[in-house]
Ligand binder design. Structure first.
Ligand SMILES: [Fe+2]
Ligand SMILES: [Fe+2]
Ligand SMILES: [Fe+2]
Ligand SMILES: [Fe+2]
Length: 407
């Protein structure tokens, strides 16, 4: 059963400050028993980063001193939460190993949200980008095999398949074709609102991660792959954020952010297998309830609105869950690999006129090749075959090519 966080006090904000030693948590092992513990950590870091950046933007757009002080106070705590969560990541993992975790998050988060999304338009948007992050995982896994000589299945442990999706070279589209129609805040299902907020935060942190860590790579092909996929993550952020209703007030948005954090920490708590990490989720759940009470107070004070007008009577009873989604991803791949976009709509490749912006954009950026293709070719040359982890049989669209020796 879901619960109504407005009926709980949680931990009040003025009791949430922690010391450096409390925040500097012992990291997870590089290969945790459950890879989904790692994906939960990555997701919740993205959620905290979004709450921080949202608060900064809000503060830059208000001249109300009381509001600014309240935002500064809760933002400082969100920043501490981000540290306690992200410092669980093990330092011995390379950027590329963490990247494989990021794309595993993208696949199994997006697929789970799509499977549980009641609004067909939002589900369509999730299915659309799902196939692209699925393909990113495959490209990075080939880079990992090529430059570190290791298999990505060490990290994903066969929970997420690694095989081509919609090929990365085909993700590059004119920017005007990455904007969808938004839901209406008055009628949207509260679950749908949280789904969109969650995927925006997750894609945004992937975009930020590649923007900053891409050039830490040495090999030109690795630098190129991060650059190319990093651009696609901007497309994904633009795609998903355009689904949000832009007419919500800043204070309503603050309340929605806190409510989503409550729901997600509760979800992590319900599904976590590592007892130590579970304790952190529980602590942060109680923090978020306290933060939500403060957001509710601000809404009452400055907009004269009750939080109950904006929030459902209780949070969804089903926790957001990291679990395998293999058959679902295969079905979406087989049905929609050739889907493209045309302004706010989708269009299949064979319906697209030859002079469409898509083809013009492709002709410029892919003019001298795509790193997504080159990394797989280079790995085929180096190892005799490309890297895949197809646990449930051959790829329904792209069967493994014959290698030179077998032809
Ligand atoms: Fe938070
Ligand atoms: Fe991706
Ligand atoms: Fe993405
Ligand atoms: Fe929060």
């Amino acid at each position: 059963m879901g619960f109504n966080p407005l009926e709980h006090k949680g931990i009040p904000i003025d009791e949430q400050l922690r010391s450096w030693k409390e925040l500097n948590v012992d990291p997870l092992p590089a290969r945790p028993d459950d890879p989904y513990t790692m994906t939960r950590v990555i997701l919740m870091n993205g959620i905290e980063v979004e709450s921080i950046m949202f608060s900064h933007q809000f503060a830059r757009n208000t001249d109300n001193p009381e509001l600014k002080r309240s935002l500064a106070t809760s933002r400082r705590i969100e920043q501490q939460q981000q540290k306690a969560v992200n410092w669980l990541l093990p330092g011995e993992n390379t950027v590329l190993e963490t990247t494989i975790g990021y794309e595993q998050v993208a696949v199994d988060l997006t697929a789970w949200l799509a499977r549980n999304e009641p609004d067909p338009n939002l589900k369509m948007a999730l299915d659309f980008a799902l196939l692209e992050d699925f393909d990113h995982l495959y490209r990075y896994a080939n880079l990992y095999d090529l430059i570190q000589g290791r298999y990505a299945s060490e990290l994903t442990q066969g929970l997420t398949e690694i095989t081509p999706g919609r090929p990365t070279f085909a993700h590059h589209r004119d920017p005007v074709d990455m904007l969808r129609r938004h839901y209406a805040t008055q009628t949207v299902n509260p679950l749908s609102r949280m789904h969109v907020m969650t995927i925006v935060a997750a894609e945004q942190q992937t975009m930020n991660y590649y923007m900053n860590t891409g050039p830490s790579q040495m090999e030109p092909i690795a630098r190129g792959l991060y650059l190319e996929i990093g651009q696609v993550e901007e497309e994904h952020v633009s795609h998903y954020e355009s689904l949000l209703d832009p007419l919500d007030s800043w204070l309503a948005n603050l309340l929605f952010h806190e409510a989503n954090e409550v729901y997600l920490y509760w979800s992590m708590l319900e599904t976590e297998s590592d007892p130590r990490v579970k304790q952190l989720w529980e602590l942060h759940l109680n923090f978020e309830i306290g933060q939500m009470q403060e957001a509710a107070r601000l809404l009452r004070t400055f907009e004269g609105r009750e939080p109950e007008e904006l929030l459902p009577p209780e949070l969804p009873g089903i926790p957001l869950t990291f679990e395998p989604n293999k058959q679902y991803v295969r079905d979406v791949l087989a049905a929609t690999v050739d889907l493209r976009t045309d302004l706010e709509d989708y269009m299949s490749l064979d319906q697209m006129p030859e002079d469409h912006r898509f083809h013009q954009y492709q002709a410029i950026v892919n003019k001298d090749g795509s790193y997504g293709e080159e990394v797989v070719e280079a790995n085929r040359e180096a190892r005799g075959q490309e890297y895949r982890d197809e646990t449930d049989g051959p790829n329904p669209v792209f069967p493994m090519p014959q290698t030179a020796g077998q032809a």
